[in-house]
Design a protein. Structure first.
Length: 133
């Protein structure tokens, strides 16, 4: 059986909607075939995206919709237990997340659009598919 080619980019929003260290765009994905939330934000001039799930306890992290950064706009912080993550790579830098990392998404900007790329673990939600019986 031939190998599948690279996954097509999934348009998320206009690039201009993601301002430096600002509010994130939150969106739905399938993580290991199950519904999950993901987020994308601009940090130090580049787009980063992660599954909205703390490495410490699998809960959504934003303290308000789309708000993930601490007061100083330096770290991604879980609103539940205060685990802190490096926005550039998702690694834990403080709190109860130990050596954990956020699940990273591959992001890109194309023709003025912020896009993310599906992987073997993270797939787009296809809303027009019939429910499994």
């Amino acid at each position: 059986m031939p190998e599948a080619g690279p996954a097509a980019p999934q348009a998320l929003c206009p690039s201009a909607d993601l301002v430096e260290r600002g509010k994130a765009v939150v969106f739905d994905v399938l993580l290991w075939g199950q519904p999950a939330r993901a987020f994308a934000l601009r940090f130090d001039g580049r787009l980063v995206g992660y599954i909205n799930r703390c490495a410490h306890v699998p809960v959504e992290m934003d303290w308000q919709p789309g708000e993930f950064l601490d007061h100083d706009k330096r770290w991604i912080v879980c609103s539940i237990h205060g685990a802190s993550y490096e926005p550039a790579d998702g690694r834990c830098v403080g709190g109860p997340c130990g050596r954990g990392k956020l699940i990273r998404l591959t992001m890109a900007e194309q023709d003025g659009q912020a896009c993310w790329y599906p992987s073997a673990d993270v797939r787009p939600v296809l809303f027009d598919e019939p429910a499994a019986s």
